[in-house]
Design a protein around this ligand. Structure first.
Ligand code: HEC
Ligand code: HEC
Ligand code: HEC
Ligand code: HEC
Ligand code: HEC
Length: 491
């Protein structure tokens, strides 16, 4: 890899028209240098801080010949467009891999193409950019749609119902992941899709001893590591290079990566049983629930158990507590309250992922002994968290510094990011006046809430009253503060 970097450094130096041909040749070589084979030794790429190679990465993206699906970074052996018949549906795999199929079916990734929020935003993005992001988006949300060349602007802009009827495509399915033989980078779908080796159907997986009557199996160390997930869970703006999503990089810089705790450890924990019905009984088979956080969409899609698993993940992720809560306060005076929120269970920032939507916030309510609410900050008003809410979120901006809620394709910068680092914490302050006639003691109650996107965004994308966004409570804490009535009566 070190050699690859030196070549890239040289390249930046010779960015000049007359040497364009040489540059193109070098770029082609770079693609080869960067290729990480499926059977690469674990850890070989961990030390490299590829994140800082961003400019070189986007330069690489201009090697159009090496990127048959530009601006997506997916590749195939020989850069050919694949055939739909190279792939089988998940139902075929499910005939033998019954338990794994059942788990995957309930996940968000199985719905990544046919889910309404994605498709609504995709339609807007495709229209606004006159199709320039058509292959980009769908390369992660339907890798097979992309690599078989089935993606068109028309399909991207059609409704979920129409496309399901007239031109069905899979989301991120079995074949999408188990035909990945290598990766060429760490973002924007830099996977190499290899459905066949030696002319036969080939599956890349984590076992050296797997034997199947139906397909060849090839051991792939890549599948056991986080950098496998990186190809899709690091999203870089294809034209401005803004880091839109960085779940993998967030993990890479965390204590989890130092301790060798991978995405798979938390999102694919093992179960005892069989990976395939005629396969051997094993103590530890990688589960395919892929539980995350999107309880809202999972219940909308009728996946109630998966929605509950997402709530459980959220509950495991964070802790909330009051810091140095005063014993007593005086009526009529201002009180400062500090609330500490810790990311105790997520291997990346809290929240991570889809920046337009993911938001976590504190909803603090204070009531007096008569039950009267004397203060609240963090309520939902008009489909959004109210002004001043103490939240944790990333904000993307356009070149004029305007916050982008939806038009992420215009992003040229990150305006702010106060999400909580893995194993980190943040303290947020509240200040309010205790009414002079308050009845002691005061009860303080703080909820830590999550939603995948605001109600306002859902209404904008899908139309009003179509999708009820769930506010999931991740954690809560209560406290009491007495009122010093005598002191308050003093002059
Ligand atoms: C006729 C039954 C059958 C069908 C159909 C089938 N498989 Fe398998 N597959 C197996 C068996 C058996 C194993 C070995 C299981 C073990 O060793 O625990 C296996 C193993 C695997 C592995 C693990 C490979 C490794 O090296 O770790 C993957 C991945 C896999 N199959 C993917 C698929 C996909 C994707 C499909 C659908 C295109 C599919 N299988 C269809 C029977 C089948
Ligand atoms: C081929 C691209 C691709 C790969 C590879 C991939 N993902 Fe995803 N993943 C997606 C997409 C796209 C979504 C968003 C689906 C949606 O909500 O529309 C997603 C969503 C998720 C979610 C969110 C679920 C939720 O309910 O909030 C989790 C968790 C997840 N992936 C885990 C993983 C892990 C772990 C790996 C590696 C083992 C991985 N993914 C590899 C594309 C991919
Ligand atoms: C998002 C990518 C992704 C999708 C989608 C996916 N898998 Fe996997 N699968 C993996 C990874 C990664 C592993 C290895 C996990 C590990 O070793 O911790 C794996 C492991 C396996 C194994 C070996 C399990 C074991 O421990 O022996 C089988 C078999 C398998 N997958 C089949 C399937 C089938 C069938 C489907 C579709 C129903 C599917 N996978 C969907 C990524 C995926
Ligand atoms: C230590 C355990 C742990 C590790 C390691 C981990 N995660 Fe997570 N992940 C969680 C928990 C807990 C949640 C739910 C809370 C949240 O949303 O962050 C989550 C949520 C997610 C979500 C949904 C976020 C959202 O709001 O839509 C995605 C996507 C995801 N993880 C992907 C990954 C990927 C990719 C990796 C590896 C680069 C990874 N995770 C590593 C524990 C982990
Ligand atoms: C490099 C892979 C990649 C590309 C390219 C990509 N996405 Fe995604 N997308 C993801 C992943 C991974 C998630 C899940 C993150 C999370 O759970 O927070 C996601 C989540 C989303 C969601 C949230 C879905 C939900 O139900 O909450 C929407 C909407 C979306 N993407 C739209 C788009 C659009 C539109 C484009 C093109 C402009 C695009 N994506 C390009 C990987 C990608």
């Amino acid at each position: 890899m070190g050699g690859g970097r030196r070549v890239r450094a040289t390249l930046i130096g010779i960015h000049c028209g007359t040497l364009a041909l040489l540059a193109a040749t070098l770029l082609a070589a770079l693609v080869a240098v960067d290729l990480v084979l499926g059977d690469e030794l674990p850890g070989a790429t961990h030390g490299g801080n590829d994140k800082w190679l961003e400019p070189a990465r986007s330069r690489l993206m201009q090697a159009r010949d090496a990127l048959p699906f530009f601006p997506h970074r997916a590749n195939t052996r020989g850069n050919v467009v694949l055939q739909p018949r190279d792939f089988e549906s998940a139902e075929v795999c499910g005939a033998c891999h019954t338990e794994i199929y059942r788990q995957w079916r309930s996940s968000m990734m199985s719905q990544a193409w046919d889910e309404p929020v994605y498709r609504a935003l995709l339609k807007l993005a495709s229209e606004a950019t006159e199709g320039r992001v058509d292959t980009f988006c769908t390369g992660c949300h339907s890798p097979i749609g992309l690599t078989t060349g089935q993606i068109t602007a028309e399909l991207n802009r059609s409704s979920v119902e129409d496309s399901a009827r007239e031109h069905p495509l899979p989301g991120v399915d079995c074949e999408s992941c188990h035909n990945i033989s290598a990766r060429t980078g760490l973002d924007n779908g830099a996977y190499v899709m290899t459905p066949r080796a030696h002319g036969r159907s080939t599956k890349f997986g984590p076992r050296k001893d797997a034997v199947s009557p139906y397909h060849d199996t090839v051991y792939s160390a890549l599948h056991t590591r986080s950098d496998f997930c990186a190809t899709c869970h690091n999203v870089t703006h294809p034209f401005s290079s803004v880091a839109v999503e960085r779940t993998y990089d967030e993990w890479l810089e965390s204590p989890y990566s130092l301790n060798g705790e991978t995405c798979q450890d938390c999102h694919m924990p093992g179960f005892a049983g069989r990976a395939a019905i005629m396969g051997p009984e094993r103590e530890h088979v990688a589960s395919h629930w892929f539980s995350g956080a999107n309880a809202t969409l999972l219940s909308y899609l009728g996946q109630d158990e998966a929605a509950q698993r997402a709530r459980d993940m959220l509950a495991r992720a964070a802790r909330i507590e009051f810091q140095d809560l005063p014993d007593r306060v005086r009526p009529g005076e201002y009180v400062e309250v500090a609330v500490k929120v810790s990311n105790v269970g997520a291997g990346h920032k809290l929240p991570t992922g889809f920046p337009e939507g993911r938001e976590i916030w504190i909803d603090l309510r204070v009531t007096d002994a008569s039950g009267r609410q004397v203060y609240r900050l963090g309520a939902v008003k008009d489909g959004e968290t109210e002004e001043g809410t103490r939240n944790f979120k990333v904000h993307l901006g356009d070149r004029d510094g305007n916050v982008l809620d939806i038009e992420v394709w215009k992003a040229t910068q990150i305006l702010s990011d106060n999400r909580i680092l893995p194993k980190g914490y943040i303290v947020r302050e509240f200040s309010f006046r205790v009414p002079a006639d308050a009845v002691g003691p005061l009860t303080l109650h703080a909820d830590l809430n999550y939603w995948p996107f605001s109600q306002k965004l859902a209404d904008f994308l899908l139309g009003p009253n179509e999708l009820q966004v769930e506010v999931t409570r991740m954690a809560q804490v209560s406290g009491r503060v007495a009122l010093s009535v005598e002191l308050a009566r003093l002059p």
